[in-house]
Design a protein around this ligand. Structure first.
Ligand code: NAP
Length: 297
């Protein structure tokens, strides 16, 4: 019997573990992939207070080690179901706790176009910092208009020969600072009001079909496509008991409690205004503190 089971070892989940362990609680963190969540893909985190130049990987590793140093138990087992009685079922085992914190983050959104799935790892990537080095002196496309796409395009412009940034609108969600930096780069071309409709290539990506708002089509020959069009949550497995919004994010009236007693939520996976590292760790600390308080009430 654990005091708290935390589902997800990203910044929110690991911060929740840190707070619960420091309160001397028996904690289990369950993670289906590797620790760190999406922040491991950020080459540089520039907006975390007081840590102006830390890589996402270093941030995640420091946090993971902080939890391990407190003898935190982290098991790499994918959760397949939770029950209202606070049972957590994974592919391998079944665990029980007094409280559960759901901190499952989100995963990369797919374009869902022809050949996308087939060409993943063969020219199609969702992580510039992971795969960028394969494209030294080559031609790549980054798709998206948020901070991830802008940062990816900047990162790749220092590796690739040519970078196209393709965005479906002419207004960017990403910060102006990144956009201005990109506009200064000789090897970056920004294509707005355009969507990618098809990928061409059998065993390797060769070109993409692009259509603009006037229905004008063009084919661009490229070596790599980096899809950075946001994230979607992965909360289907909880929908037997947990209320989700229409996009699949976990609903919470106060940002911590779910509709189930002693099942809490933290981080990107909940309905919220701002999905950032700062808000994820904040959520994790609050969820753990409230879970502990309500356990003891
Ligand atoms: P995002 O801000 O949600 O942006 C997603 C982008 O993809 C938007 O421009 C969106 O276009 C576009 N898009 C969505 N679905 C699409 C589709 N089916 N086809 C084509 N384009 C599509 O996602 P993000 O850039 O990954 O960022 C997520 C969060 O992390 C944000 O809060 C961001 O600020 C934060 N972040 C911060 C940093 C940093 O501060 N260093 C770095 C990375 C990310 P529309 O605009 O037209 O909807």
């Amino acid at each position: 019997m654990y005091d708290i089971i935390i589902v997800g070892a990203g910044p929110a989940g690991l911060t929740a573990a840190l707070y619960a362990l420091r309160a001397n609680k028996k904690v289990l963190v369950l993670e289906s992939k590797s620790y760190g969540g999406q922040i491991v893909n950020a080459s540089l985190v520039e907006n975390y207070p007081a840590l102006p130049n830390i890589s996402g990987f270093d941030f995640a590793t420091n946090l993971y080690n902080q939890v391990k140093d407190l003898n935190g138990e982290i098991k790499f087992e994918g959760v397949i179901r939770i029950e209202e009685d606070k049972t957590v079922i994974t592919h391998k085992n079944s665990y029980k706790a007094k409280a559960i914190i759901l901190a499952t983050g989100a995963e990369n959104r797919k374009l869902n176009i022809e050949n996308e799935e087939k060409l993943v790892g063969k020219g199609v990537s969702y992580c510039a910092t992971c795969d960028g080095n394969f494209y030294k002196n080559k031609t790549v496309v980054v798709n998206g208009g948020g901070n991830t796409a802008l940062e990816d395009a900047i990162y790749l412009s220092n590796i690739a020969k040519k970078v196209y940034l393709i965005h479906r609108r002419d207004i960017f969600r990403g910060e102006e600072k990144y956009l201005s930096e990109l506009k200064e780069k000789d090897n970056v071309e920004i294509i707005v009001n355009s969507t990618i409709t098809k990928l061409n290539g059998e065993n390797k990506l060769e070109s993409i079909e692009v259509k603009d708002n006037n229905d004008t089509k063009q084919t661009i020959e490229i070596d790599g496509l980096f899809i950075a069009i946001g994230q979607t949550p992965k909360n289907e497995i909880f929908s037997n008991i947990i209320e989700l919004d229409e996009k699949g994010y976990i609903k919470s009236h106060d940002g911590v409690h779910t509709n189930c007693d002693k099942i809490y939520v933290a981080g990107d996976t909940r309905v919220k205004e701002l999905r950032q590292l700062t808000t994820a760790v904040s959520d994790g600390s609050i969820a753990a503190t409230i879970a502990i308080k309500e356990m003891e009430d």
